[in-house]
Design a protein around this ligand. Structure first.
Ligand SMILES: [Zn+2]
Length: 294
């Protein structure tokens, strides 16, 4: 079976790329970009208003339906914009000010909400140490020197690399030929190129909602884990009032007893974070004492 050439993006992503291009070349965003935001930073979160997505070929619909791919296209276009301005910064699109119908009370989250992009008011109760996520691992074949990249999932086992595709294709086509060889070299002789792996900074925040503070859930020790990436890492501290725009995700329990445990807990994968609540009055935590009423 022939694999598609990865050089030509499909028509659908062409359209998405074009929509992002129109957005970033519009008056407002052109001016924003001309101010060279994040110049000198290794990574910069570039904010895009949700309402502006609606103005360019329904980008908000694409963004809702296929967030990862739509963002990938957008980040590619934004990176071009930065390169055109001679900036080495890696910009990351952060869509902010989600519409009110996306606002959600954290304590109401259920499994059926999985994969939804929602907006939460939350107070930071604690922050984890900063950790690294092996996001892309690079592998090479020790026979033919082919190199390829694997996308790794967060908090999941690293993908198993079983064989070199190039060598395997060669073996298969040889076996289908009229005079197949009697001996084939082992296509599984592959190794990871550790120095070329790509890592991203991540951090977990323990979050409660203002409602959970009032209704006793927080007192009961209940909270949600929010994972933040890149420029948000190391930015937040206990007591911060935030609006967290995040995708609802599920993870295995942390203290599971057996490896194939099917129990799952909900956590939030932050897409963007805004200072202050969007739907509640500010709350001042008493930071002088440990938050515990027991
Ligand atoms: Zn090979």
């Amino acid at each position: 079976m022939k694999r598609k050439s990865p050089t030509e993006p499909p028509a659908d992503s062409q359209k998405t790329l074009e929509s992002w291009r129109l957005l970033f070349e519009s008056e407002t965003y052109k001016n924003d970009l001309d101010a060279l935001p994040g110049n000198g930073d290794p990574v910069f979160g570039f904010e895009v208003e949700w309402d502006d997505l609606t103005k360019y070929e329904q980008l908000h619909v694409k963004f809702s339906e296929n967030m990862t791919e739509t963002l990938q296209c957008g980040n590619q276009v934004l990176k071009e914009q930065y390169s055109n301005r001679n900036m080495a910064t890696r910009p990351v699109i952060r869509v902010v000010n989600l519409p009110d119908d996306r606002a959600y009370e954290m304590s109401q989250l259920r499994m059926r909400d999985r994969t939804r992009l929602l907006s939460f008011d939350g107070i930071v109760m604690s922050t984890s140490p900063i950790i690294g996520w092996l996001k892309l691992s690079v592998h090479k074949c020790n026979d033919c020197d082919s190199k390829w990249t694997i996308k790794e999932r967060l908090a999941r086992p690293r993908e198993k690399i079983k064989f070199c595709r190039t060598c395997l294709d060669a073996i298969i086509s040889n076996m289908e030929s009229k005079k197949p060889k009697s001996y084939h070299k082992d296509p599984t002789d592959v190794s990871m190129v550790a120095e070329e792996n790509y890592y991203e900074d991540v951090q977990y925040l323990e979050i409660i909602s203002p409602d959970m503070l009032e209704n006793g859930m927080a007192e009961n020790g209940e909270s949600f884990q929010v994972v933040v990436f890149d420029e948000y890492v190391g930015q937040f501290s206990k007591g911060d009032n935030l609006t967290i725009n995040a995708v609802v995700a599920v993870d295995p329990l942390i203290n599971r007893d057996f490896i194939r445990d099917t129990r799952r807990m909900i956590y939030l994968q932050a897409h963007s974070v805004e200072e202050g609540f969007s739907h509640h009055k500010p709350i001042q935590l008493d930071l002088s004492k440990e938050f515990s009423l027991s």
